[in-house]
Structure formats: structure tokens, C-alpha cells
Design a protein around this ligand. Sequence first.
Ligand code: HEM
Length: 492
Amino acid sequence: MLNLWREEQLFQVQNCYDMIVIALFSIGVTYLASKAWKRVTNNREDIPGRLGLPFIGETFSFLSASNSTRGCYDFVRLRRFWNGRWFKTRLFGKRHIFVPSPEGAKTIFANDFVLFNKGYVKSMADAVGKKSLLCVPVESHKRIRRLLSEPFSMSSLSAFVTKFDKMLCGRLQKLEENGKSFKVLDFCMKMTFDAMCDMLMSITEDSLLPQIEKDCTAVSDAMLSFPIMIPGTRYHKGITARKRLMETFREIIAKRRKGEESPRDFLQSMLQRESFPVTEKLDDSEIMDNLLTLIIAGQTTTAAAMMWSVKFLHDNREAQEILREEQLSIAKMKPAGASLNHGDLNNMSYGLKVVKETLRMSNVLLWFPRVALQDCTIDGYAIKKGWHVNIDATYIHHDPDLYKDPLKFNPQRFDEMQKPYSFIPFGSGPRTCLGISMAKVTMLVFLHRLTSGYTWTLDDSKTCLEKKAHIPRLRSGCPITLKSLSKSIPEA
Ligand code: HEM
């Protein structure tokens, strides 16, 4: 009886053993087959991350980060900590993938308009205009961009350099004489706005500029708002401001057509093409929408970068002194009171490295959003049509594998060539920033006048960021007090 029971047990164990072997064998084969399939299709594991509830996803966490003084990138930073470099999330009902690598950035930039495009945002198209470079389809984009580009090339910007320099010298001097603390951010916003209005349309009247600036800010605020025309909302304010701006631009164009005025500026260079074939000129709505686009795209970005350069140089005295030495040597070679010119800027090799390091550290545009137009792969990850892919410039610029000691402000790191697509503050590909040269010369002139003429104290060292801002800016506005360099150097 006992033997019979033992035999039965042995039989069952043998049976189980066979099944275990078969199960393990099947698991092994499936695992190897899936590995081989992934290698063939070059697909990696699923992208980690939480999609949260349908539609809502992680929108509230995102809004809460945007509404804090740590800034909206804190949302991204936290998810990376939980999930690793690549992660997915759901915001405002859409799936978003944050792309953290130069290789991923290359895939997207190189296929802009083909595999990827900017998503259509109704409030943006309504605010900045359907003919804006930011909204037009690929065919019009190519033509409009080609026709807008020339006045923004380095060679065309020499008049801008001299004008901007004169304007800046006068204003800095007044602030120093006044001796009071002022916010660098406000100062740079006003400087860049006035300089751009002058360069684009020769608007210099103090009676006009404040209203235009107020309206441009309202339009900019409306670009990512909820598109509903209820008085008091950001969208309503923006659309009303747009109407006023378009009226002003229309009046200026009409005066130019009547020959009442014809200054040499960006607008005039566009109107001069009136007799050209259709493909070689812009119509009035294209001109007006893009005038507005240029002001909005250029003012806040450049002013924020200028503000960060002051903060970084304040915190890094060694870099400030090296820069001052270079700028003083340039100043000494010029006759007293002479304005800067294009050639002077070419001698600012350390200055240019300070500009680049400021852009790398500050990440004025945190990430560049696109939508996949069809199923594809990025860096081995499968991406489905309709997913939002964000090139995470901030992560790339702070990646320790690409930048040694990434949180240290070290302009000298730009002595070395950067790996392709690892330095992308102005984007890349067909949508590369149109104002690269203008932004660089503006920052160089500013750094020259600031460091060769003054020293400064920082009057609030808090590092909190502005709430609800899509461009990171110090909440304090970076208040400083200027002291003329001649007064700072102790007499021998
Ligand atoms: C430090 C200052 C600036 C930074 C960091 C910056 C950054 C950028 C970036 C990253 C893009 C591409 C975004 C994308 O691929 O989604 C862009 C596009 C653009 N930028 Fe800038 N920008 C700056 C200054 C300016 C200035 C001064 C102007 C004009 C006067 C300007 C005009 C534009 C325009 C029109 C586009 C759209 C180009 C297109 O879609 O074809 N930007 N900018």
C-alpha cells in the first residue's frame, strides 16, 4: 500500500517536472524571440511613466508645478527621478513623451514637417495670426521664412548693433547716475522691445511704444490660454489687443504706401517687394502677422537671457573678470565715445562663450514641442501617430555625460566643440530660430557695455522663479545697483 502511494507520488512529480520543463522552455523561447524581434525592429521596452486618469492624466501636477516658484520644469525633473531619462505622461488629454537625447533631438529636427510638426493650437493661431511662421503649413512656411530671413542675417544687423549700442549707453548711464536699484529684467524687456520696434518699423515715439508693448504682452499671454471669448479672460484680452495692433500696423503701412514716410527698416524692405512675383513677396496679412510674431518671439526670450547673464556673472566673479578684461581691451582700441560695430563683436570670443554658457544654463525655452504625424521610432522607442514628443533641451544641456559639472557656469567649456545636437538653445532644422544673430549681437553689446563700464551689486539673491511663466525668469526680476567702473577702481 505504502509502495503504491510512493509510486503514485513519483509519477505525479515526474509529470509536474515535465510540465515545469515545458513551461520554462516556452518562457525561454518567448523571451529570446521577443528579444530578437526587438533587435530586428530596433524597438526598446515600453516608455516608462504614468498616464494617470483618462484625459486628465497628470495635468493637475503640471499646473501645480507651473504655479510654484520652482517652475514648470520641476514637473519633468520629478518624473525623470521616478522613471529614468525617457518618460511618458498625459497632459490636457494628450500623451507626451520627453525626449532626452541628442540622437532623439536629431531625429525630430531632421524630420520636422515630414514625420513631426508643431501641434495646432487654436489660441495661438487666433492671437498671433494664421499667417504667422509659428502657424502656417510647410509650403507657406518655406516661402515666408525665406522672405523674412534677410534682414536678420548677421551682415544686415550692423545698423541695429550701432543703434542698440547708443540706446543702451544712454540708459545705463542714467541708471548709474540715479544710483538706485533697478530690475534687470524690466530694463531688458524695455530695451529689447524698443530696439525691435525701431528695427522693424522705426517706431520710436514714447506716445506709441507703451501701448504697443502692453498689447504685445496681452497677445503673448493669450497664446496658450483657453480659447473662449469671455470678457476678462486672457484670451479675450489678447484678441482685443491683437485687433488694436493690427489697426496700428495697417495705418503705418498705409502711410508708407502714400509715400508719407519711407525709413530704412524691416517693414520697408518687405514693402519694397510690392512689384515682385507672388512667390517673392509677402501680402499685408503675412507682413502684419509676422511683425507681431517677431516681436513676441524676440523680446521675452532675449530679455530673459540677458537677465540670466547678469545673475550668472554676478555669482561667478572669475568669469566676470575675464570678460571685463576682454571688453576693456576692445573699448581701449576705439576712439572715446565711439559706438560698437560688427567688427568689434567678432573680437569678443570670450563674450560669445559667456552668451553660449548663459543659454545652456538658463534654458530660456525649456523644451521644443512637436506632434508625430505618423508611427515612427525615436532612438529605438516606438512612437505612435498623434503622440506629442518634446525635445528636452534642458535635460540635454544639463546632462553630465555631455557637459562635465553641468551646473557650474564655465564659459571656457565652449573652447571645445560640442557633440552634434547637444547644444540647441535656438533649436535646429527648418524651424531654427530666425533671430539667432539678433539675439547674439544684442547680448554681446549688452555684456560689453555692462562689464566695460560698470560693476554691480545684486540686491536680492533669492533664486525663486516667476510663477505661471513658460520662460524661466527670476521672480525678483534680478534687481541690481550699478557703479561706474571709473568710480569703482581705487585711485593709485
Ligand atoms: C536668446 C534669445 C532667443 C532664444 C533662446 C530663441 C530660441 C528659439 C527656439 C529654440 C526656436 C525654435 C523653437 C522650436 O523648434 O520649436 C525659436 C524660433 C523662433 N525664433 Fe527665437 N529665440 C531667441 C530670440 C529670437 C529673436 C530675437 C527673434 C526675432 C527677432 C526670434 C524669432 C524667432 C522666430 C520667428 C521663430 C520661429 C521660426 C520658425 O518657426 O521658422 N527669436 N527661437
